[in-house]
Ligand binder design. Structure first.
Ligand code: ZN
Length: 109
């Protein structure tokens, strides 16, 4: 595992996606696949990055329940801040693959 995070790189044309491109393509995310903004080839989220983003989402969203319990207004503000925060880190969480990966990846096939 690498010590630092990189922007997602298209496995088809090997070009890095910028933060803006990643957000834009991710908004059109369908069944964990998205089209590369450079070569428009279909790219899939790797099982690892899918797991990583789900975990992060959980850790970011779970504390929101406490805010909502306190006051719906603060909860709403916290939700917006959380969404922005998650969008900010999202490109660093994902990894791209040419093939669709299953979350239950078996080493023996
Ligand atoms: Zn590409």
């Amino acid at each position: 595992m690498k010590g630092r995070y990189y922007m997602p790189t298209c496995q088809s044309c090997k070009r890095k996606w910028t933060w803006k491109e990643t957000i834009k393509t991710s908004l059109a995310l369908k069944d964990s696949s998205m089209n590369c903004p450079h070569c428009s080839k279909l790219q899939y989220l790797t099982a690892k990055s899918k797991k990583r983003s789900t975990m992060s989402m959980f850790f970011i969203i779970a504390p929101l329940a406490i805010f909502f319990n306190d006051s719906p207004f603060i909860g709403l503000v916290a939700l917006i801040v959380t969404c922005l925060l998650f969008m900010g880190i999202w490109p660093f969480l994902i990894e791209l693959s040419n093939k669709k990966e299953s979350l239950r990846s078996n080493s023996k096939s």
